[in-house]
Write a protein that binds this ligand. Structure first.
Ligand code: DI6
Ligand code: FE
Length: 397
């Protein structure tokens, strides 16, 4: 297929957005075989079935590189209580907080979890998303962690979208292990990881390194197991305080460290040396009304690639818009529109260890978003407006 008369934001580094005006893309099966100025389309491809894009903008399909999109129930009542003045403790005593999502997730079947996730997935797809990462971490027992990952994998069969699954057994301490986090790691988290890996359900291993979750030593034990299984790691780090999570992630050559509001320059240097991506999550910052800004300038200075993701979860980021995430990255964190688009394409792919998506070029998957806009900055600039015209997934419009 020949997509012609388009503006291409290839997202190749070197020029802004890797922009090509008057561009064309040739696809064959699920791959891009050629992309460049239309005048240079090789003769062999000129007879392909052509679609005139009338000057529209084509970007790589967007990638949401950090979500908890599979989960049971919602926390809307908790949201109300907090706005009526209830404290976090009162909400927790009334059965709210992360453990209420754990209860709802355990009560749901695999089919229920899939059915509840799909409307949220559809909202992402409607904005040009072609790949999503999905974490476990609301089961906190072996069986439910596996059920979450199975439901996540089934998304790819139910919708035209690519799915990467991340094991997040070290998200919170299970209620059964309230004051025994080490026993939780030994008796639930590590066996669940082994079982999930044996079933082929794990693309990466994550943890939550925080005062309200796990210490660096506890996370390191999970990372050791990931290393033994040959699985890459990533980490929720420095969201509410600096515990050294980013440095720990860097020591394990992590694909990414995520959140990072409390990260510092030394953390940025360690991440740069390790090649880890900084996954920035403005939805959680916004929802929690945080004030500590992630060190975007340090990431820039040290060439740490920045990704942007929704963190879609029922508590701290009930968000299913990657375009709004990009706008928040710009307005809240002063990321440039080009950084925001790189953060949901090229750098998002890297945060997932994916090397055949996130840019437009030969050999890449034909996962594309076609937008009714004149310039790529418009994708980040507008608020609550979706200019997606068509989406191509695996070569199919
Ligand atoms: N960081 C967060 O902000 C969420 N998880 C995490 O690791 C909170 C999840 C929740 O409240 O359900
Ligand atoms: Fe998260």
């Amino acid at each position: 297929m020949l997509l012609r008369n388009a503006t291409l934001a290839t997202m190749h580094p070197g020029t802004p957005y890797g922009l090509i005006e008057g561009g064309a893309i040739v696809t064959e099966g699920d791959r891009i075989v050629w992309a460049g100025p239309e005048a240079e389309v090789p003769v062999a491809h000129r007879g392909a079935e052509a679609l005139d894009l009338a000057g529209r903008l084509v970007t790589p399909g967007l990638i949401d590189s950090h979500t908890h999109i599979v989960h049971g129930g919602d926390r809307a009542r908790e949201f109300e209580m907090r706005l009526e003045g209830a404290s976090y403790e009162e909400v927790a005593r009334a059965g709210g907080g992360i453990l209420s999502t754990v209860r709802a997730t355990r009560a749901a079947s695999e089919g229920d979890l899939l059915a509840q996730a799909l409307p949220r997935v559809d909202a992402l797809i409607a904005e040009g998303v072609t790949c999503i990462e999905v974490k476990s971490g609301y089961g906190l027992d072996i069986e439910t962690e596996l059920t979450m990952l199975r439901a996540a994998r089934r998304i790819a069969g139910a919708r035209p979208v690519r799915v990467r699954t991340t094991f997040l057994g070290a998200h919170a301490v299970a209620p059964e292990y309230a004051d025994r986090p080490d026993a939780y790691i030994d008796e639930v988290c590590l066996p669940a990881l082994d079982a999930a890996h044996a079933e082929g359900l794990v693309d990466a291993v994550d943890g939550f390194c925080e005062g309200i979750a796990f210490t660096p030593d506890q996370v390191a034990r999970v990372f050791e197991r990931a290393r033994a299984l040959g699985l890459p790691v990533k980490l929720h780090a420095e969201q509410l305080s600096n515990l050294g999570g980013a440095q720990l992630a860097a020591r394990y050559g992590a694909l990414s460290a995520d959140h990072l509001e409390y990260a510092n320059e030394a953390d940025a240097q360690a991440m740069a040396a390790a090649g880890s991506v900084a996954v920035i999550l403005p939805g959680a910052f916004y929802t929690l009304r945080e004030t500590q800004l992630p060190p975007v300038a340090a990431f820039r200075t040290h060439d740490v690639p920045m990704a942007l993701a929704t963190d879609c979860n029922p508590g701290s980021s009930p968000m299913t818009s990657l375009l709004l995430t990009m706008n928040m990255g710009a307005t809240l964190f002063r990321m440039t529109p080009e950084e925001c688009l790189a953060g949901t394409t090229r750098h998002a792919a890297r945060a997932l260890g994916i090397d055949d998506a996130g840019t437009i070029g030969p050999g890449m998957r034909a996962d594309l978003a076609i937008w009714d806009v004149a310039t790529p900055a418009e994708l980040t600039y507008r608020i609550g407006f979706n200019p997606l015209w068509k989406r191509m997934f695996g070569g199919t419009l």
